[in-house]
Design a protein around this ligand. Structure first.
Ligand code: KG4
Ligand code: ZN
Length: 308
C-alpha cells in the first residue's frame, strides 16, 4: 500500500511516498528558513505563498525519484491541523485534489501525532508508550496505547520549547530559526549560567515563560554577559526540565517505551541526555533521526497509513 504524505503546516513544504507504513520510496523537504530569517520569524502570508510555489514540483520530484507512477498510489494523507491556517490549506487542498484526480481516499493527519509516528518505522515500538513532542509550536506529553490511540497527558501552558529557543536566540542576536545556532554557541561555552528549570511541579504540563523571562532579565542586568555561557545555561535548563518531566511521567504510568519527536529533538545535547536517562532507567527510547525529528512528510504518510 503506497501512501502519499503531504506536510505544509508551518514553514517546511514536504512530500513523501511510503510503502506499507515502513519503506520510504521518496522524501522531499523544501525549507523556507531563508525567506523567514529576514524577518526573525515565520511570516504566515509568505509561508502559504511559498508552499503553493513548491508543492507541485516536490510531488513530481518524489514520483521521479521513487520510480512509481501516480496510479500506484493507494491513498493521500496531509497534515490538516494544527498549524498556520493559510499554510495548512495549501497541503490539504493539494492532497484532496490529487485524491480526487486519482479516485483514491484522502485522509487528514494531526501534525503532533505525525511527529510521534516518526517512531513507527521501520517497525512499531512496544505499547503502551509515552510520547514527548517538542517543536516550534508544541510541547506535549502523550500516552500512546497503540498506533491509533493517542491521549494527551500534558501540554505547555505558555510557550513551546522550540519557540523559547527561537526567542532566546533572538535576544542573543542569533538568526532564525534559533535552535541550531543557539546549540552551536552553547557548545563553545566554558561555563554555564544557572537558570530556573522550566515546567510545572507535580503536573504533566510544561511552562517555559518563567525561564524565558529569567534569561531576558539576566541579559538586561548583565549586558556584558558571556553569551555562550547564557546559551549553555538556557539549554541546560530546558534539557534538564524535559528529562525530569519524562521521569516524573514514567514513574506514574506503566509504559514499555518512550517515543520522541519535533524539531527540538534535533538538539544533540537533548538527544544525549535522553539516551543517558533511558539507559539508567532501562527504558526503550526512540528518537527519530534528525531529518525525521524536524518537519517532514514521511511521518505524515506513516500516521496516515495506520488511519487508512
Ligand atoms: O517540528 P519543527 O520542525 O516545526 C514545528 O512543528 O514547529 O520544529 C521547529 C523548531 C524551531 O523552533 C527550531 O528552533 C527548533 O525546532 N530546533 C531546535 C534545533 N533545531 C531545530 N531547537 C533546539 N536545538 C536544535 N538543534
Ligand atoms: Zn513539527
Amino acid at each position: 500500500m503506497i501512501i502519499l504524505g503531504i506536510e505544509s503546516s508551518c514553514d517546511e513544504t514536504a512530500v513523501a511516498l511510503v510503502a506499507d507504513g515502513r519503506v520510504i520510496l521518496a522524501s522531499e523537504v523544501a525549507s523556507q528558513d531563508d525567506i523567514h530569517s529576514l524577518y526573525g520569524g515565520v511570516v504566515p502570508e509568505l509561508a502559504s505563498r511559498q508552499h503553493l510555489e513548491v508543492i507541485v514540483p516536490l510531488f513530481k520530484r518524489c514520483l521521479r525519484k521513487s520510480g512509481i507512477s501516480s496510479s500506484e498510489i493507494s491513498a493521500v494523507t496531509a497534515t490538516t491541523a494544527p498549524g498556520l491556517s493559510g499554510s495548512l490549506l495549501v497541503g490539504d487542498n493539494f492532497g484532496r485534489a490529487v485524491a480526487l484526480a486519482l479516485e483514491i481516499p484522502f485522509v487528514s493527519v494531526n501534525h503532533i501525532e505525525a511527529h510521534l509516528a516518526a517512531n513507527f518505522f521501520p517497525q512499531l515500538p512496544e505499547f503502551p508508550a509515552l510520547g514527548l513532542v517538542v517543536s516550534g509550536g508544541h510541547s506535549s506529553l502523550f500516552l500512546v496505547s497503540g498506533p491509533n490511540n493517542f491521549r494527551v497527558l500534558g501540554e505547555t501552558r505558555d510557550d513551546a520549547a522550540g519557540e523559547t529557543f527561537d526567542k532566546i536566540a533572538r535576544v542573543l542576536s542569533l538568526p532564525y530559526p534559533g535552535g541550531p545556532p543557539l546549540e552551536k554557541l552553547a557548545a563553545t561555552a566554558e561555563t554555564a549560567i544557572r537558570f530556573p528549570l522550566p515546567g510545572v511541579n507535580n503536573s504533566y504540563d510544561f511552562s517555559f515563560s518563567g525561564l524565558k523571562t529569567a534569561v531576558v532579565y539576566y541579559l538586561k542586568e548583565h549586558p556584558e554577559a558571556d553569551k555562550a555561557a547564557v546559551a549553555a545555561g538556557f539549554q541546560n535548563s530546558v534539557v534538564k526540565g524535559l528529562v525530569r518531566k519524562l521521569d516524573y511521567t514514567c514513574n506514574r504510568h506503566k509504559v514499555r517505551s518512550v517515543l520522541t519527536g519535533g524539531g527540538v529533538l534535533a538538539n544533540n545535547f537533548l538527544r544525549c541526555k535522553l539516551k543517558e536517562w533511558a539507559e539508567e532507567k532501562g527504558m526503550e527510547l526512540r528518537i527519530p533521526s534528525i531529518a525525521f525529528s524536524l518537519d517532514n512528510a514521511v511521518m505524515v504518510a506513516v500516521r496516515g497509513f495506520y488511519l487508512c
